[in-house]
Design a protein around this ligand. Structure first.
Ligand code: 5AD
Ligand code: SF4
Length: 446
């Protein structure tokens, strides 16, 4: 335990990347608070600065080392400040070697699989003054019972599994998050029950590939079974999940969008590309028609379901013809929205070694054409919401709308701005949609 002086110290966590990282940062925050630290508004004032890194974004290395350069100034001003770096990038030796080489003032380095060791590393760093470095390459069980300082009191991420076994040829995740490991249904349910008792109304189940929940452990309960168990928990009114892989979408999960009342009508189903040739090279294990077939079945089960996706352009060897297949898929799939990516090399993945990398200007041209096509459809989909009354979980003050404007999400995950007292955050309300923008909707309480 820390001394009284240490207890008044503060922390600041900077998080990059996906929801898994956000959830990990909530655990890191919870552990720091258990150690007596309180949140700092500003990074430069904090006694402990944590950078939780992501390897998926383009130029991740440059961004991260750029940030480290800025953080160094904090240490120059306050030599007692402790800088900890963690997350996906720390699982790459290339990165940790560079830290050891050029940034050896970093105090603590830990990986994605040993977050639970952070408090011990912090105490040892303070007591012994030497750099703490520990990154695991594999872990058979996910640490349980860790605290969490959660960002919201009414909605929560619940991690159900870590890692990925799919090895899409462009993706670094199987190397940085390791093989799939699932939590037990008992541990997940007990976390959900505790959250519900504390007032949480919406749960998002997280995993890199939730459809393969329990497979590595040969659990009797599959993802769908887990979903229905969670739907039994009193107090939980909405359930979401992400991410699912199109190659293993069981019929029962598709039907859950019709049969499970608490399951929100939204699925994030990354497609990546429309050309079967490219999908094969990506090791995705489905074709364009199979993907579209899944969407058809999902829309039969729930005609209002919103579908969002991830799409990439410029994978090695992608021809104009391949790209036109992606555009055709976009027209037929009519996504509610999409995250778009320019393929870029991740060292250590099979696609990084492909000889037929696509020139940047071609990638950018395809990217612009793709985004235009997607934006038109998103705008049409949003316009179709005008006049409808949607049930919204009020999240709090809108960052863009100013005083008296709140945001919340529809069941289909669309962001809505409306006039509302901030004190109603965490409550459900019916909002009539009055106006549609490209990326969000506007409405009024009814
Ligand atoms: N280049 C571009 N985009 C990538 N993604 C993953 N790896 C890469 C890469 N090497 C995208 C995929 C994935 C999303 C999270 O990030 O579309 O679904
Ligand atoms: Fe990466 Fe593919 Fe696993 Fe998703 S399913 S995390 S894209 S390897």
């Amino acid at each position: 335990m820390l001394s009284e002086k240490e207890r008044s110290k503060t922390y600041f966590i900077q998080t990059f990347g996906c929801q898994m990282n956000e959830r990990d940062s909530e655990t890191i925050a919870g552990m720091l608070e258990e150690e007596g630290y309180t949140p700092s508004e500003k990074r430069e004032d904090a006694d402990v600065v944590v950078i939780n890194t992501c390897s998926v974004r383009e130029n991740a290395d440059n961004r991260f080392f750029g940030q480290l350069g800025v953080v160094k100034k904090i240490k120059e001003k306050n030599p007692d400040a402790i800088v900890a770096v963690c997350g996906c990038m720390m699982q790459q030796k290339r990165v940790t070697d560079r830290i050891h080489d050029k940034y050896n003032w970093v105090d603590i380095i830990f990986g994605t699989m040993n977050i639970d060791e952070f408090p011990k590393m912090l105490r040892e760093r303070i007591a012994e003054g030497r750099q703490e470095f520990h990154v695991l390459d594999a872990r058979e069980q996910i640490a349980e019972g860790l605290p969490a300082a959660r960002r919201y009191s009414f909605k929560a991420f619940v991690n159900i599994m870590n890692g990925c076994n799919n090895f899409c040829t462009y993706c670094i995740v199987p190397y940085t998050r390791g093989r799939e490991v699932s939590r037990s249904p008992e541990n997940i349910l007990s976390e959900v029950r505790n959250l519900a008792a504390a007032g949480v109304r919406e749960i998002t189940l997280l995993g890199q590939n939730v459809n393969s929940y329990g497979k590595a452990e040969h659990l009797e309960k599959d993802f769908c079974g887990l979903l229905y168990d969670i739907a039994e928990v009193d107090g939980i009114e909405r359930i979401r999940f992400m991410t699912s892989h199109p190659k293993d979408m069981p019929e029962r999960l598709i039907q859950a969008f019709r049969d499970c009342d608490k399951l929100c009508g939204h699925i994030h189903l990354p497609v990546q590309a429309g050309s079967d040739r490219i999908l094969k090279k990506m090791n995705r294990h489905y074709t364009k028609e199979q993907y579209l077939g899944i969407l058809e079945r999902l829309r039969e089960a729930d005609p209002d379901i919103a579908v969002t996706t991830d799409i990439m352009v410029g994978f090695p060897g992608e021809t104009e013809e391949d790209f036109l297949e992606t555009l055709d898929l976009v027209q037929r799939a009519r996504f509610d929205s999409a995250f778009t990516f320019l393929y870029s090399i991740r060292e250590g993945t099979p696609a990084a070694k492909a000889p037929d990398q696509i020139p940047e200007e071609i990638k950018h041209d395809r990217f612009d054409r793709l985004v235009n096509a997607l934006n038109t459809i998103t705008a049409e989909k949003n316009a179709a919401c005008v006049g409808r009354t949607e049930r919204i979980l009020i999240e709090g003050r809108s960052a863009r709308g100013g005083e008296g404007t709140c945001t919340g999400r529809t069941e289909s995950f669309k962001l809505v701005n409306f006039l509302c007292d901030e004190s109603r955050a965490g409550q459900f309300a019916d909002v009539k949609i009055t106006e549609a923008g490209t990326f969000s909707l506007f409405g009024e309480l009814v």
